[in-house]
Design a protein around this ligand. Structure first.
Ligand code: UTP
Length: 418
């Protein structure tokens, strides 16, 4: 363990004197744990991230262009067949893996526990989100005669609870040797005036470093090496909270192979030109998900010769990567974005403060910033009502109520058509 004087100096230089005070109050194991935690923090990086929150966003001249996409509904019989054949071959030959990003804090939903352990009130009895995802994969396994390896990204905060949950529920009948948990990295949270905050356990509060952390953590935890050992060639990476996500879509895989791309994503068409969602485009010749706030109004409203929005393909966090692409990205540093979130903390008197308003900066890398490392990608437009039912907010749009409705409607329709 490092010299306490040195640690105090670092804290002082970086305006974190309140942590020195806390260290002086603690002893034994608690003090040692805190020291070890401080030693792992990259204070220069943290200071830079905080300073960035105060900087004006630089408006650069960006060349924004529409991105080419395929509409699944409008594929010809031959096109679809050719894609499906290629995709099916990949899955049947055990060359396909699925990654679920479940390391988020789920602050908007406010569920006590990992988001995947939230029970959606479907069909009276209810189903856990993780249960729904497992069923989805089991259906694909049955169809293609395989067991798809399923990698679940957790965070330090929710890893134990996630693993315990799966164990308690007997992995919902999935082969447990094919469920691999791996933990993502973390960064400290900062109060709005740039101070580290402390939790009830007297540790500095940290939170997962965004879903863009998926690539480097796949590599650092050995999950990527495990995939390679299994002969995996294509990796689907998606969020935990879309209960209609199609985790093994042969059309998506086949289309990407046919187009000779290394990465692909699914999109749903924007509900209206001003829907507040990120859309796919090309920026300065590279694929990108552009936030609605960055897209000029006239572009948001622009239509092509078919009357379709030119920038209408919204991101639903269903991405596909060639394994070499995952490896390539894992060696790069993605930029961090700042989110302001609500987090409880212990004040200097040792009292827990429960904020009513967002009170902390959280630094996150986004998975789609990785697209910029490529010249192009495939985009497959799918039907919103068939593939997108997110659970984000406690109430209103994208809430358990809307997801339940969409889920039940989809399965009702599927039963009728089968
Ligand atoms: P969101 O951006 O919706 O965040 O994550 P969230 O943590 O689930 O919810 P809020 O914003 O706190 O309410 C999109 C997907 O990325 C995962 C989430 O678990 C979700 O599947 N994610 C997000 C991670 O795996 N790690 C992170 O650090 C952040």
């Amino acid at each position: 363990m490092g010299d306490i004087r040195e640690i105090e100096t670092i804290l002082k230089v970086h305006n974190q004197e309140h942590i020195i005070k806390l260290l002086n109050k603690l002893d034994g194991e608690k003090k040692d744990t805190l020291i070890r935690q401080i030693e792992k923090i990259d204070f220069n990086q943290l200071t830079e991230l905080y300073e960035n929150t105060k900087k004006e966003v630089e408006i650069k001249e960006n060349k924004i262009e529409a991105i080419k996409y395929f509409d699944k509904e409008k594929l010809t019989y031959d096109e679809k067949n050719a894609f499906d054949k290629k995709g099916e071959e990949i899955i049947r030959n055990n060359k396909y893996a699925v990654v679920t990003m479940a390391g988020g804090q789920g602050t908007r939903l406010g569920h006590d526990g990992p988001k995947g352990t939230f029970k959606l009130d479907v069909y009276g009895k209810g189903k856990y989100i993780f249960e729904i995802l497992t069923e989805n994969l089991k259906e694909a396994n049955k169809k293609y005669g395989v067991t798809i390896p399923w990698y679940i990204m957790t965070s330090k905060e929710n890893n134990e609870a996630t693993e315990e949950f799966f164990k308690k529920n007997n992995y919902f009948g999935y082969d447990k040797n094919n469920i691999i948990f791996f933990m993502q990295g973390e960064l400290p949270l900062l109060s709005l005036d740039g101070k580290l905050i402390v939790g009830k356990d007297m540790k500095i509060k940290e939170a997962s470093d965004g879903n863009g952390g998926v690539f480097s953590s796949l590599r650092s935890t050995g999950a990527l090496a495990d995939m390679k050992e299994r002969g995996i060639e294509w990796v689907f990476i998606g969020g935990v909270d879309n209960v209609l996500a199609k985790l093994a879509d042969i059309t998506l895989i086949g289309m990407t192979i046919e187009q000779n791309q290394d990465i692909a994503s699914k999109s749903v068409v924007k509900a209206n030109p001003h829907e507040k969602v990120g859309v796919f485009c090309k920026m300065n010749k590279h694929p990108k998900v552009i936030e609605y706030s960055e897209l000029p109004t006239e572009m948001a409203e622009e239509v092509d010769t078919n009357g379709e929005l030119r920038f209408g393909e919204s991101n639903i966090a269903c991405h596909l990567f060639k394994i070499d692409a995952v490896e390539k990205i894992s060696k790069e540093i993605l930029i961090y974005h700042t989110a302001i979130k609500k987090n409880t903390y212990i004040d200097e008197k040792g009292k827990e403060v429960i904020p009513t308003e967002p009170n902390t900066y959280k630094f996150e890398a986004f998975i789609f910033d990785a697209f910029d490392l490529f010249d192009d990608m495939s985009v497959l437009r799918v039907k919103r009502e068939e593939e997108f039912a997110p659970v984000k907010n406690k109430e209103g749009a994208d809430s358990p109520r809307t997801a339940k409705e969409l889920y039940e409607k989809f399965w009702q329709k599927k039963k009728i058509t089968v």
